[in-house]
Design a protein around this ligand. Sequence first.
Ligand code: PMP
Length: 427
Amino acid sequence: LYDGPTAEEILKKRKEFLSPSMFCFYKKPLNIVHGKMQYLFDENGRRFLDGFGGIATVNCGHCHPDVVQAIIKQTTTLQHSTILYLNHSIADFAAALAAKMPGDLKVVFFTNSGTEANELAMMIARLYTGCQDIISLRNAYHGNAAGTMGATAQSNWKFNVVQNGVHHAINPDPYRGVFGYDGEKYAKDVEDLIQFGTSGQVAGFIFEAIQGVGGIVELAPNYLPPVYNSIKKAGGLVIADEVQSGFARTGTNFWGFQNQGIVPDIVTMAKGIGNGIPLGAVVTTPEIANVLTRRNYFNTFGGNPVCTAAGHAVLKVIERENLQENAHVVGSYLKERLTALKDKHEIIGDVRGRGLILGVELVTDRKLKTPAKTEILEIMEKMKDLGVLVGKGGFQGNVFRITPPLCFTKEDADFLVDAMDYSMSKL
Ligand code: PMP
């Protein structure tokens, strides 16, 4: 049994010694001391069903034994940087990862986070094209460092520091966007941005196939192919940010961008790639990767043996346990049940997403789509009291984000929906 510091003791230390900008879910934040597959346990041994998967970071399940074993084995053999000497771990994982990519996407750069991966991807696009202008989507989240904060497009995550070289296109949001589900109409805005906001040449376009932080917004159908063509015409590179939608989560495909049938020039990933271990990656073509030979480029811990051993184990687990198929089957079932809940509760404005990356947007008025910002907090607290954890996001903070570990079962889906149903009926 856990006999470490209590939630109160941790909170006290956090207040004194940690960043005042750190935040937590729930009025009384949970002290999570243990994780096992789709479950998390608090200091009292209470079990919670994890419908948020550590913000989509644990695709295989918390502390999956194979991943843990791979980490232990590598940690006791060698922990080192990736520069100066050879080691098989980084090469083996790069080869395995490249085998999961379509087209000529064969060269891997490892980083320690999603922000780092996107910083590198944007720099590569700028170097390769000789252009500065990058187009990203309003409502996107791509990171919070110098370059990526510019690509991130929600005022809540943008500090007042220099962030130049990025243009933000109209978000192809089927629920709130002006053109509804008509992807081609939204795509015209990217063409306009190129024509009226740049020299006519751009470095690239960066997108999440399903916006995670932005509230599980799936880009309107038929959006990416015309945008891809506009960017190509302007000499730019297309960058898919798969930090949340990658690694089998969408069920129908291994990568989110595959759901719209395009092959990007650069793919970035993090979170689920390491099942909780700090790891990120940029994958691109040999020709594009070549730009980094113009100078020396390295990342001390990016792709270190311990993290790449974990990443490799993750890929094997996803395959052996058929997690993509499970994300599709359980995700479709969960979405169906959530959609049915919409008939019962007026507060549900929209149910969306695919596989095990689903969103439930709450509104106080379906016609006006008024964000139910306080109600969602109340429902979230109640669900937690019932033993179910879900995430929250969207620009207005009124969207439930459901991104559980991919080992989630139909019974788990039922429990989650029943808990949501009950909590909504108690509003
Ligand atoms: N891209 C996306 C789509 C993300 O959701 C996030 C993190 N929420 C990032 C990039 C940045 O990743 P990190 O926090 O690992 O830097």
